[in-house]
Write a protein that binds this ligand. Structure first.
Ligand SMILES: [Zn+2]
Length: 451
């Protein structure tokens, strides 16, 4: 794996056949940690078990059980008063954009001009810490990240510069001419000002090239605009996206905003549909039959966002999707800011708190807590395509889990009070306080070439 990455980098940076020394990745420390969980939740089964011991060796779980052997010299973490569960997944967010009421008037075209790529990368790093503190250990970061801020964020976290969720980056969204924008001719001429946000791909050759560009620069998922413009993508276009993305091991996520676009995306069999507002019960039925994931981005109605009619519609559509047994993920599109984003105490809500507040919609749609938790965990891990190594709390998996005071199977709002976070076997939050000191490093401790 590492060798392949080094070789592809060699080509990417133009060294051709020049020899390049492979820098060995330092062996992962075999530190042994034992966690005593008061309650352990299995979201797949919708069940919990009392007094479970979890043994972590290095960054992975090695034993789970009532009678797990505690190795001598292990550090023991007592969570016996807490409920332990897998980390959470936001299946649709944008870590490197924050559009604002002032000065942009919520027009995110302007954000692209006002906030540089480096500034947005630093916003993304801050958002990563805030998300992890709220228990989100995986985020699907699907576009609107200037020039690959999402990929850079993933690499910074993978290389060990800083702690953060596992980021599944898409790179710029690929769309027919204009993407989601209505650019002026001036913007189009000065392609470098605003166009980094979208890649125009109208013909089959352009589609192939756009997919390859994103894969080359580190995308793990291909995000497309299905129907942002009247020309949109046809079923055949989307099948081409699917086959080309598969060459790089990536799946296709389609932004959908019209009923026709939804039908074409379903017919093409893309992996995941983003946004639920254009979907009918008939679409839900077909998605369930075909096993297409839904990231419906279910915005709650709050003092800082939304309207009552829009919320009613969102709730009804989420409910219909649930009734039709669509593969539901928890997804937000939480990428904006205004000065009303405060809690009852008048304190700023973090990006993580704003994200978990989307539970409001799930509660209004009367989705059972066990199903909401499954969307937030197992279905999210599958949609993020990381279920083979992250998610279930069982031997061999990365040690990514959180602990809360209540039991989310009984009261889903328990997820708002994350007391403990472990990511890759390292403690990030303990007793409700972030403890990242030891997780910040002056260099790429996991290897410079880790993507
Ligand atoms: Zn979005």
């Amino acid at each position: 794996m590492i060798t392949r990455v080094v070789l592809s980098l060699t080509v990417a940076i133009g060294l051709g056949t020049a020899p390049i020394a492979q820098v060995p990745t330092p062996a992962s420390p075999r530190k042994v940690t034992v966690v005593r969980a008061g309650v352990l939740v299995d979201p797949d089964a919708g069940a919990s078990t009392r007094n479970v011991v979890i043994v972590i060796e290095g960054d992975r779980i090695s034993q789970v059980g009532l009678d797990a052997k505690i190795p001598a010299g292990a550090e023991v973490i007592d969570l016996s008063k807490l409920t332990v569960l897998p980390g959470l997944v936001d299946a649709h967010t944008h870590m490197g954009i924050t559009y604002k009421e002032f000065p942009e008037n919520n027009i995110y075209y302007l954000t692209y001009i006002l906030d540089s790529t480096p500034l947005r990368a630093i916003q993304a790093a801050s958002n990563a810490l805030q998300m992890l503190s709220s228990g989100f250990t995986v985020v699907r970061d699907v576009g609107n990240n200037a020039l690959y801020v999402d990929v850079a964020l993933r690499m910074a976290i993978e290389q060990g510069w800083m702690p953060g969720p596992t980021v599944i980056p898409s790179g710029p969204i690929i769309g027919g001419m204009g993407g989601q924008f209505s650019p002026t001719p001036e913007m189009y001429q000065q392609h470098s000002i605003v166009y980094p946000e979208y890649i125009d791909a109208d013909t089959r050759d352009e589609i192939i090239k756009a997919v390859r560009q994103n894969l080359l620069f580190g995308a793990k998922v291909i995000k497309i605009c299905v129907d942002c413009k009247p020309w949109g993508y046809s079923v055949d276009d989307m099948k081409l996206f699917v086959s080309e993305a598969a060459k790089g091991g990536a799946k296709v996520d389609g932004h959908v905003q019209t009923p026709d676009g939804a039908q074409r995306a379903i017919d093409a069999g893309i992996y995941i549909i983003s946004h639920g507002r254009a979907l009918s019960p008939e679409h839900h039925k077909q998605m369930a039959q075909k096993g297409i994931y839904l990231a419906s981005t279910d915005t709650p109605f709050t003092a800082y966002r939304g309207s009552e009619p829009a919320f009613k519609d969102t709730v009804a559509k989420l409910r219909s999707a649930h009734e039709h047994k669509v593969l539901l993920t928890f997804s937000t599109d939480m990428d904006y800011w205004n000065d009303r984003m405060k809690n009852e105490k008048g304190e700023w809500m973090s990006r993580g708190e704003l994200t978990i507040n989307f539970l409001q919609t799930w509660k209004a749609a009367k989705i059972p807590a066990a199903d909401t938790l499954r969307a937030l965990t197992m279905t999210g891990y599958k949609a993020a395509d990381v279920i083979h190594e992250r998610g279930p709390i069982k031997p061999g998996m990365y040690a990514d889990f959180i602990a809360v005071t209540g039991n989310p199977l009984e009261e889903i709002d328990a997820l708002r009070d994350v007391q403990f976070v472990m990511k890759n076997g390292q403690v990030f939050k303990r007793d409700g306080v972030m403890v990242p000191e030891k997780l910040l490093h002056p260099g790429p401790i996991n290897g410079w070439n880790r993507r």
